[in-house]
Design a protein around this ligand. Structure first.
Ligand code: NDP
Length: 341
């Protein structure tokens, strides 16, 4: 059967909010789609396609990838490359596509961390998999304590000079190293577009480390990953662990997290969300977006209805002081203040 050619919804930019990233010329949709878990080789391509098309139809024009997303490293990028071929190519200039290198990707000393050799080779591989000439944002995916910061940053600068990325970003850097990196990049005329870290109602690490304030000071946008704490801040685990859930797979989200204290916090937050007329997922996303310093949040999703649910967060991102105080009270016993680095 010949598939009909994809044609995106003509009103795709109407309901989405676009926020300026730091002091740059770029605006980013308040909700972006991340391809860490549900877009690799284990997922039927039809589902990958349905989620990506649905998102773009709703104005989600930022897709966040990394070299090792899948699972099966590289396969999320390969699937994204297929999407470029079959549907997204005519819309390339409407898309903000990011990828990263910094975690383990291939064996041996050159497939991990922050060397110039790894970053340069990895981006070339990512571009081939995604069938792109350039990415919009290339990230150093984590701070490498053993590679001179200047080497990693100069690799980012040179990648931009080579035209393989338009902007650069950092993820999971200690605050003092992020400050040094921002300075280096600015002095070399490649200001850092985005800083990416985990931030949500439960995980307050970037608030506590000052990374959000630092971004504001240095003119770098802040983009939150795992805004739903991988699904914990949704109704997914309120009544056990569904067989098709990320927690049931037991790789990056473990069942041990569901302690009585956690369940009490989640149930309390869920009740508050319902009173606000939102799902818990919507309230968790809205809680992040209430802060103008948060440029965007990168949602993961395993189905179109989850994306649909999450997009409705934009309908109400205002909180009363009493609601905010209650969120603090309910989440305090389970809050994380530091990221394991
Ligand atoms: P989330 O916190 O949004 O978790 C996504 C999971 O939550 C989904 O897979 C789904 O779980 C569940 N979910 C999502 N929406 C709903 C809903 N409405 N109702 C019920 N359950 C829902 O984000 P991720 O942890 O996936 O991270 C998002 C993105 O952030 C990644 O794809 C990646 O791009 C980026 N990231 C960056 C990192 C970095 O180091 N820079 C690290 C990690 C992520 P289920 O699968 O069980 O259905």
């Amino acid at each position: 059967m010949i598939e009909p050619v994809y044609s995106p919804s003509p009103d795709r930019y109407e309901a989405m909010e676009y926020r300026r990233s730091g002091r740059s010329g770029i605006r980013i949709p308040a909700l972006a789609l991340g391809l860490w878990h549900n877009f690799g080789s284990h997922k039927p391509f039809q589902d990958v396609k349905a989620m990506a098309h649905y998102a773009f139809d709703k104005g989600v024009c930022h897709f966040d990838l990394a070299n090792n997303y899948g699972p099966e490293y590289g396969t999320a990028e390969e699937n994204f490359g297929r999407l470029m071929e079959i549907s997204f190519r005519p819309y390339r200039d409407e898309l903000l596509i990011s990828t990263k290198a910094g975690w383990d990707m291939w064996p041996g000393p050159y497939g991990n961390w922050g060397s110039r050799k790894y970053l340069m080779a990895s981006l070339d591989q990512s571009l081939r998999r995604m069938r792109l000439d350039y990415v919009d944002v290339f990230y150093s995916h984590r701070f490498d304590p053993e590679t001179p910061l200047e080497e990693t940053m100069q690799a980012l600068v040179d990648i931009v000079r080579q035209g393989k990325a338009l902007y650069v970003g950092l993820s999971r850097y200690p605050a003092e190293k992020a400050r040094e990196a921002y300075r280096y990049l600015a002095e070399h005329d490649v200001p850092c577009l985005l800083y990416q870290d985990r931030y949500n109602i439960i995980d307050r690490a970037p608030e506590c480390s000052g990374l959000i304030d630092l971004g504001e000071e240095m003119g770098t946008g802040f983009i939150s990953f795992s805004p739903l704490q991988q699904g914990l801040l949704t109704n997914r685990y309120l009544n056990g662990v569904p067989a098709d859930s990320r927690m049931a797979k037991g790789v990056t989200l473990r069942e041990e997290l569901l302690t009585p204290t956690m369940m009490k916090a989640l149930r309390g937050l869920n009740e508050l969300a319902l009173k606000r007329g939102q799902s818990l997922a919507q309230m968790a996303l809205a809680w992040l977006l209430k802060d103008n310093r948060v440029t965007s949040v990168i949602i993961g999703a395993s189905s179109v209805p989850q994306i649909e649910d999450n997009l409705k967060a934009l309908e109400n991102t205002k909180f009363s002081p009493e609601e905010l105080a209650l969120i603090e009270e309910l989440s305090a016993p389970v809050q994380l203040k530091k990221l394991p680095r």
